[in-house]
Design a protein around this ligand. Structure first.
Ligand code: FPP
Length: 252
């Protein structure tokens, strides 16, 4: 037991420990730089994505050890369909490959797999792998590993607006009495707390249509490191920086 607690609060590179009382509840990550990582090694882009899949495992386990409750990973955006078909096909095979290798260990670690995104356009083999994982882990109570797959924030918000209009037209809600909670509960992330910390790798300083409503008060942390090289140490560095921030939510 003591070992488990100690391992959760392992030492940061600076030698200081993380505060157990201020672990972010929800961390979201824009996993960027797979292509550039591959190019810098003379490899095809898909080799970067494959290596990125290993980083997914590494960071999931690190998040679990730290006691983070929700980890949302931007695995495929609604805009990523514009990429060459061969790359899209490869990306669509990754959830299946990842879950074939890792699902048993995720289950053993009490991890709950979820998906946030539009299922309709996903190839059957991708959807089936994710749905099987979701079903098999539905009763788990540990880390929620939430894959943002075929996800786009503008579409999510537009769909929510459409749904609210529809409900109003049917007389099921009064527009004047609409609350932020009403809107939030209809988003794809409904039921999850907003991310406390957003990490983006690869040096890009953009949100890229990711959780734009939910990130309103999140702490943002960027690193030059490409996603395939993102290590547990980097992750702990991000959490450590998060713990140094004063969150004021617009107040003093
Ligand atoms: C962005 O890097 C990355 C993606 C669009 C795909 C992210 C997917 C993974 C990390 C693997 C997901 C694994 C599972 C299990 C779902 P990029 O290709 O845009 O990199 P670049 O900007 O350097 O070209």
């Amino acid at each position: 037991m003591l070992d488990r607690i100690r391992s959760r609060f392992r030492r940061k590179p600076s030698g200081k420990t993380l505060s157990p009382d201020n672990i972010p509840q929800h961390v979201a990550i824009i996993m960027d730089g797979n292509g550039r990582w591959a190019k810098s090694r003379g490899l095809p882009r898909v080799a970067g994505h494959h290596s990125g899949m290993k980083a997914v495992k590494r960071i999931t386990m690190a998040a679990d050890r730290l006691g983070i409750k929700y980890l949302t990973l931007y695995a495929f955006s609604t805009e990523n369909w514009k990429r060459p078909k061969s790359e899209v096909d490869f990306l669509m095979k990754l959830p299946q490959e990842f879950l074939a290798i890792e699902l048993e260990e995720l289950i053993a670690n009490n991890v709950q797999v979820r998906m946030m995104g539009y299922k309709e356009e996903l190839p059957p083999h991708t959807l089936q792998a994710v749905e099987t994982a979701m079903e098999r882990t539905a009763g788990n109570t540990g880390l929620v590993l939430n894959f943002a797959l075929n996800y786009g924030s503008r579409k999510e918000m537009m769909d929510t607006v459409r749904q609210l209009c529809d409900e109003a037209a049917k007389g099921q809600l009064e527009p004047d009495k609409l609350t932020e909670a009403d809107f939030e509960s209809r988003l794809l992330s409904g039921g999850m707390p907003d991310p406390d910390l957003l990490i983006r790798t690869s040096g890009e300083l953009r949100i890229s249509n990711f959780m734009m409503w939910q990130l309103a008060y999140s702490e943002l942390w960027f690193t030059e490191v490409y996603w395939p090289e993102f290590s547990e140490e980097h992750f702990l560095e991000a959490v450590s920086e998060y713990q140094r921030r004063a969150r004021r939510y617009g107040g003093l």
